[in-house]
Design a protein. Structure first.
Length: 81
């Protein structure tokens, strides 16, 4: 599984990245790759319209806001089930 945090490098994007990394560590997900994408060309290819964005594999699960770690965990659990 690949989790992508997409953004320009702003404070909110970095906070989302931190939340995602915390959740992945807390629930001990093996084989998960967390990528931080700041390249605007790469972001535009995903179809994301507002940053920060969060993708699980190729599915956009959040855009334009910073979900809390608890929200990220719930989204991830829902996605995996």
């Amino acid at each position: 599984m690949v989790i992508k945090v997409l953004g320009s490098g702003c404070k909110n994007c970095k906070k989302l990245l931190s939340n995602v990394e915390k959740v992945v560590k807390d629930i001990s997900l093996d084989g998960v790759e967390v990528l931080y994408i700041t390249d605007l060309d790469e972001i535009s290819k995903t179809g994301l319209l507002r940053t920060p964005g969060l993708m699980f594999d190729k599915k956009i699960v959040s855009s334009g806001r910073v979900p809390t770690a608890k929200e990220v965990k719930t989204m991830l659990e829902d996605y995996l089930n």
